[in-house]
Design a protein around this ligand. Structure first.
Ligand code: MN
Length: 285
């Protein structure tokens, strides 16, 4: 039998691996440990995503603003005359439906950044350490609760400075409200849901090096944020600082304040302003 011959590409990649040397083997070891820990359960994978179905609540804008479509699943075939051996569906929805990603291009303040849409954001910016700020008790007492800079600074005194490329996740337990009516909590004067105080957002967006923020509510701004100065401060300032948002998260009560890693890549929609996505957290046991 003749010796297998290496293709030019294989030879090239083998020599590239040799030339990167010790650094490559250290990171290879890190990844091997990660894989092993996931397999044997020392790292738990927690799903931060809500189910995506027609009942999934979507944000409701008052007239005259154009509405976003709810999710729909339309069957193409299901092992029947339309396709005897296969089942599949067409799907449709707004980009900002269910657990979803907000890209900087979503807001007028973020529209001029390079690489600001779902298809061209550098992919390393979808993965980062989670800083989980628990304000569930405050949000339970007051649906209009706003996270202030002081609460974040108090969190930092206990847990350390918000790390570089962190996803800052606000635990409100709002996802426990499984009925759409309670989740959206709309009144004649708009929604009453917790969010960020206008003075907190510049602190997170400009004084800390974060990827973005994540919330359990339908959008990253508080329900009453249309009244704030600036209006919708989280959208205005986060996206105006080229940072991201994650909305309608769940299971934040299963994360430690620090130590988890969040993986949140949106669909690669060309010029997308966001997309539904599966958000996973790697959590130490
Ligand atoms: Mn959104």
């Amino acid at each position: 039998m003749s010796e297998p011959t290496l293709t030019a590409a294989q030879t090239q990649s083998a020599s590239a691996a040799k030339s990167t040397g010790a650094a490559a083997s250290a990171s290879a070891e890190t990844l091997a440990q990660l894989a092993g820990a996931i397999v044997d359960g020392r790292i738990r994978v927690v799903d931060l995503t809500v189910p995506l179905e027609s009942a999934t609540p979507t944000i409701q804008l008052p007239p005259p603003f154009a509405p976003s479509k709810a999710f729909s699943l339309d069957e193409i075939s299901r092992y029947d005359e339309r396709g005897p051996a296969w089942y599949w569906n067409n799907i449709s929805c707004g980009e900002h439906t269910g657990t979803h990603f907000d890209a900087p291009i979503h807001w007028v303040t973020g529209r001029d950044y390079a690489n600001n849409a779902t298809h061209n954001i550098p992919v390393d910016r979808f993965i980062g350490p989670a800083c989980v700020i628990d304000v569930a008790a405050q949000a339970k007492a007051d649906p209009d609760f706003l996270l202030t800079r002081e609460v974040v600074e108090e969190w930092e005194r206990r847990n350390g400075r918000i790390s570089a490329h962190a996803w800052v996740l606000i635990r409100t337990d709002w996802s426990h409200r499984t009925e759409a009516k309670d989740f959206l909590n709309a009144g004649p004067d708009g929604s009453h849901t917790p969010g960020f105080h206008p003075q907190c957002v510049p602190f997170l967006a400009k004084e800390r090096d974060i990827l973005g923020v994540g919330v359990e509510t339908v959008g990253t701004d508080a329900g009453q944020a249309y009244r704030f100065d600036p209006m919708f401060p989280c959208h205005t300032i986060m996206h105006g600082s080229n940072r991201f948002g994650l909305a309608s998260l769940t299971n934040l009560d299963k994360l430690p304040p620090t130590g988890a890693i969040v993986i949140a890549p949106p669909l690669k929609i060309v010029n997308g302003s966001g997309s539904p996505l599966r958000v996973l957290a790697l959590v130490p046991v």
